[in-house]
Design a binder for this molecule. Structure first.
Ligand code: ATP
Ligand code: MG
Length: 415
């Protein structure tokens, strides 16, 4: 579980704001959900035999003896909230949320126990058009962030019936090759055989390649849905790979699944994963409602932004206010307030705790400010300030107090 330190927080804010703006550009609205839910909810939605429920959840009994769990993902809470508040009754919903998720995994690069996701969910639309909309939205997110090189992989999991038929065939085939399975896969053979296809063990890859393929078992309806989706992506000129072995860790998916993967982050290369889950709302006690969603891993996106050297907006102050002498400090503090009122976008750092001019200029330099404004006793007496550029050799200027906002407005890029 990581602390996000002051030097990192502006990158987080930029990332969150950019993703939020894109979600809003597609008409998605924010929903804010609790961090805790009844453990039951995750068992019923994610499924008892998944990695998450078997071994990754932070679960405890509260004072009433109710079993609660720190959310490992957002979809279950989102469906619960929508059902509870009647948001799915004869209407569609396009929703997003952001925040921390908790999974007790083995920590490693790109895999943490508290990590952050932006999740997007759409309810009440059954067709491939909204599948395409979601994928377009992810592509636009990378575009706005200046990220290149992520690869889109798509697949169809078919209807539950088609998947059950495939599952039977897969298990039969894997049993014939049981000797070649690793321990994890042998365990999953009983509980969650499709997950074997998602194994990260390199020794398993050739076996997985040779296994029966899900697309060969697809039902007619899922096949048509998938080819319509591919057509929409083709028409928009969005490149993708069909990966017949792409499955999801969670049990509730059906038809379309997709992932964006990158080779720039080492082993944890999936930055975004999602798919359709037409059965989940009903499974959780609501009316049958088609749905699709995806989640982005923010730590991985940030790592990718860093690797790509994408320039992030600064949060350092524009101006450092150097204050000297009793009168200078008193008048300067009041002046700083009037300046903040006049220029709401200005980031102004006032010196506190006195100090010589020399030490204050050192602090000014370290703060990253572009300009220093100086008010000592003499300036206070005359009603002026010195404006000193800190990042170039331009001349310093003497400005009367009322001229400062206008001059800073000209010099700085203040929104
Ligand atoms: P994996 O098979 O790698 O464990 P998953 O199926 O558990 O992935 P999802 O539940 O689909 O992953 O989560 C969606 C996204 O959230 C992932 O693609 C990834 O970017 C991010 N993510 C998931 N788990 C973690 C984690 N422990 N730390 C950081 N990011 C994570
Ligand atoms: Mg996982």
């Amino acid at each position: 579980m990581n602390d996000i330190l002051p030097g990192e927080s502006s990158a987080w804010q930029y990332l969150e704001a950019t993703l939020r703006d894109v979600a809003h550009a597609y008409g998605y609205q924010e929903i804010r959900l609790p961090l805790l839910e009844k453990t039951e909810l995750f068992k019923r939605s994610i499924g008892e035999v998944t990695d998450i429920v078997e071994k990754e959840m932070y679960t405890f009994d509260d004072r009433n003896g109710d079993s609660l769990t720190l959310r490992p993902e957002g979809t279950a809470s989102c469906v619960r909230a929508c059902t509870e508040h009647g948001l799915l009754h004869n209407q569609v919903q396009r929703l997003w949320y952001a925040g921390p998720m908790f999974r007790h995994e083995r920590p490693q690069k790109g895999r943490y126990r508290q990590f952050h996701q932006v999740g997007i969910e759409a309810f009440g639309m059954a067709g491939p058009d909204v599948d395409a909309e979601m994928i377009f939205m992810t592509a636009r997110m990378w575009d706005r962030l200046g990220l290149k090189g992520a690869v889109l992989q798509i697949n169809s999991l078919g209807t539950p019936a088609a998947r059950a038929e495939y599952r039977t065939a897969l298990v039969a085939w894997l049993r014939e090759h049981e000797a070649a399975l690793d321990e994890d896969s042998r365990r999953r053979l009983e509980s969650n055989p499709l997950r074997i296809l998602d194994s990260k063990n390199p020794d398993m890859q050739s076996l997985i390649e040779a296994a029966p393929r899900l697309p060969d078992y697809l039902d007619e309806e899922s096949r048509a849905h998938f080819s319509e989706l591919c057509g929409l992506l083709d028409r928009a000129g969005l490149a993708y790979e069909v990966n017949p072995r792409l499955v999801r860790g969670l049990d509730y998916y059906s038809k379309t699944v997709f992932e964006w993967v990158t080779d720039q982050l080492g082993a944890q290369g999936t930055i975004c994963a999602g798919g359709r889950y037409d059965g989940l709302v009903e499974q959780l006690g609501g009316k049958p409602t088609p749905a699709i969603g995806f989640a982005l891993g923010l730590e991985r996106l940030l790592a990718l932004l860093e690797t790509a050297g994408v320039a992030l907006p600064a949060s350092s102050p524009h101006v450092y206010l150097v204050l000297n002498g009793d009168r200078g400090v008193q008048q300067g503090m009041v002046f700083a307030e009037s300046l903040r009122a006049a220029l709401p976008g200005l980031r102004l750092l006032s010196n506190c705790g006195n100090g010589s001019f020399k030490s204050q200029f050192k602090r000014a330099d370290k703060s990253g400010a572009e300009y220093a404004l100086v008010m000592g006793d003499d300036e206070a007496e005359q009603g002026v300030l010195l404006l000193k550029p800190l990042r170039n050799k331009a001349e310093q200027e003497v400005l009367s107090t009322q001229d400062v906002p206008g001059r800073l407005g000209e010099l700085l890029d203040i929104n």
